[in-house]
Ligand binder design. Structure first.
Ligand code: WTA
Length: 631
């Protein structure tokens, strides 16, 4: 099958084939990679347990595909170009040979420090090439990495370490982001007070800042590296051996450790990168996400390296020294493909077009968007002002759980609509259902967004809690994977994601579980109960609105709000702070005690038009009280 898709007609043909012969289709894709031993069976699955296994019996190491394979023809090709936070500091350029060397050495360091196949290793690093090196070194020895975004608090780090019992953590002294200094090692030290499973902490010296080194536990990256050689034979893993855990927020309870396995994830990340961006070997690819999120895993680290691409990596923030920084980087490094998030684009758009003056953006060939629905205004700005009307925009819909992109226009085939993730990639089989669980056929329909057939990159379980995996994704509808999103299929059959239909809120592209934020708020001495909902926000897409009940009158409202914000920052991270906090006498509850969030969401949106039936509430008067105090 020819996978070079240049027209929509060709896409339709390939798509048809992929649905009629899914196993054959994915096996052909998988054959593009190097396997130490080929699989015996392509797929075994059921969505009831659920059990999903791809490429059974196959043996491989993903780093051999990312690195060793490139030593033949691409050894001197740049793998990573790194731009520091401060534009006056030195850029770094790392070839495939050098990256291979660094990963092998660091794999040896991990082993010398006691790490082995199956161990969980936490990575808490800023946006520096060493984050990629650390991930790949774990993968090389068969250890399972659990990257924690470097904006999370110490409490969040220890929760994640303890949940999967990591034996090691890799961090750095600190990082500057814009003018902000973030002392990562200090945050880790606070976390490790509560982490008995951690035996070793490896510290990368990024800024030369003074840090506490705990003898017997902490070692320096640079001194360990000197003790080891550059040869490291990869651990040959089964296709279904775990590759990494990545924590993500759900509607209830603590974050879930989404687990991805080696063979399927590799095939997914490599295939989607090439297909969606229509990647050509000369192109410099820049994904502006952080490695701490799934987008960074699949499209900073694995996807590009599996395609011998040159990755642009940026340590800083889009608005420092000014809101022209992204465009300076595109100009300076001649970036060809830019993959960013609607939030970032909206912020840069709001900063004003004068930041685009004198910036040469002619190198750009393809633009991507991910993480949340992109509004039309931002889409057109991206298209007209950044892409100068000649770059296709790929609006890619996917999730931490899907491992890679699922819906997206394919760059270069010319069919796109603003705000639409358009169509499923070959191999992906979505469907829409109404509330009764009936499939919605035909066009011009809207419903809950599900998948009816497995794909190689899908999560296999929630670490340590398979039951939760089953309940979260496979219990709403029989034999289907439920994404948690709502979706519309328009009159032409193209898909537009309408947003989450569960209690997950997407703030600036970060997934936040309302339950987690409520738990944090409830830790305030004065708070009896709280309910957090999302509301539309010009810049962030959505922001958090907290309704709280206090046990005594609050005199200083500003102080109270600051305290609540501080608790949320400490427990989770500052990106989860509610924008609005309203004190209420009571929450709208049904007789069974359930908070009617639907009503709170409407109030938070200032939309009182159709609050629906409030007669099932214990006390319908509550709603008027809340309305009268709206911020
Ligand atoms: C949302 C990020 C609309 C969606 C890769 C999904 C999107 C959640 C898009 C997953 C898009 C992601 N259009 N919505 N192009 N991409 N989403 O796990 O609600 O951080 O369920 O993965 O982001 O967020 P996650």
């Amino acid at each position: 099958m020819n996978l070079n898709i240049d027209t929509y007609g060709q896409y339709l043909e390939v798509y048809k084939y992929s649905v009629e012969h899914p196993e054959k289709f994915w096996a052909e894709i998988a054959s593009d990679f190097e396997w130490k031993q080929k699989w015996e069976k392509v797929l075994e699955w059921n969505f009831s347990e659920p059990k999903i296994e791809w490429f059974l019996g196959g043996k491989l190491n993903i780093t051999q595909n990312c690195l060793d394979r490139n030593l033949v023809e691409n050894a001197d090709k740049k793998a990573i170009i790194w731009e520091p936070n401060n534009p006056n500091e030195h850029i770094r350029e790392i070839t495939y040979r050098e990256l291979h060397d660094s990963v092998c050495r660091f794999a040896n360091v991990l082993q010398a420090n006691g790490a082995k196949k199956g161990d969980r290793i936490c990575i808490y690093l800023p946006m520096i090439p060493e984050a990629v090196v650390a991930m790949l070194a774990c993968a090389r020895i068969g250890a399972i990495h659990s990257v924690v975004f470097a904006g999370f608090s110490s409490q969040s780090i220890s929760d994640r370490i303890n949940d999967s019992e990591c034996s090691m953590i890799i961090t750095a002294d600190g990082v500057e982001r814009g003018e902000k200094r973030v002392e990562l090692k200090k945050i880790v030290d606070e976390a490790l007070v509560n982490c008995p499973s951690i035996k070793r902490c490896i510290v990368y010296n990024n800024r030369n800042w003074e840090v506490d080194i705990k003898q017997g536990r902490d070692v320096w990256w640079h001194s360990e590296i000197r003790k080891v050689g550059a040869n490291n034979e990869p651990e040959w893993l089964d296709a279904e051996d775990p590759l990494f855990i990545l924590y993500t927020s759900g509607s209830t309870g603590k974050p879930k450790g989404v687990l991805h396995t080696t063979g399927g994830y590799m095939v997914m990340a490599g295939y989607t990168f090439k297909m969606v961006f229509n990647y050509k070997p000369h192109q410099i690819f820049w994904c502006t996400a952080d490695v701490g999120w799934i987008t960074g895993h699949s499209y900073i680290a694995y996807g590009p390296l599996l395609n011998s691409a040159t990755i642009m990596m940026f340590e800083g923030v889009p608005t420092w020294p000014d809101a022209g920084r992204f465009w300076d980087i595109v100009d300076k490094h001649k970036v060809n493909i830019l993959y960013s998030a609607p939030t970032a684009l909206r912020n840069l758009m709001a900063a004003g077009d004068h930041f685009l003056e004198n910036k040469d953006l002619t190198s750009l060939e393809v633009l991507g968007s991910v993480g949340e629905p992109i509004n039309e205004e931002a889409w057109y700005w991206y298209h007209d002002k950044i892409g100068k009307e000649h770059c296709p925009i790929v609006d890619t819909w996917w999730q931490t759980e899907t491992g890679g992109m699922m819906l997206s226009p394919i760059a270069g085939i010319g069919v796109a609509k603003p705000g639409f993730a358009m169509y499923p990639l070959p191999g992906i089989q979505p469907l829409l259902l109404n509330e009764k669980g009936e499939e919605l056929h035909g066009n011009n329909v809207e419903g809950n967004f599900c998948m009816k057939f497995p794909w190689p990159g899908m999560a296999r379980t929630v670490y340590g809690d398979h039951k939760r995996f089953q309940q979260t994704y496979f219990s709403t509808y029989n034999n289907l994977y439920f994404t948690g999103d709502g979706c519309k299929r328009d009159e032409e059959g193209f898909y537009r994601i309408t947003g989450r239909v569960d209690d997950v809120i997407n703030v600036s592209g970060h997934r936040i579980g309302t339950g987690e934020v409520e738990d944090a708020i409830n830790d305030h001495d004065c708070v009896v109960e709280s309910a957090v909902v999302g509301y539309s926000h010009d810049m962030k897409g959505q922001a958090l609105y907290a309704f709280v009940i206090c046990n005594k009158p609050v005199d200083d409202l500003i102080k109270f709000r600051n305290e609540v914000g501080k608790i949320v920052s400490e427990r989770i991270g500052s990106f989860s702070k509610p924008d609005k906090i309203q004190i209420v006498k009571a929450l709208p509850k049904t007789r069974s005690g359930k908070i009617m969030r639907r009503i709170l969401r409407k109030i938070a949106e200032n939309d009182y038009s159709n609050l629906g039936d409030t007669s099932t509430l214990i006390d319908p008067k509550v709603v008027d009280d809340i309305k009268s105090g709206v911020i």
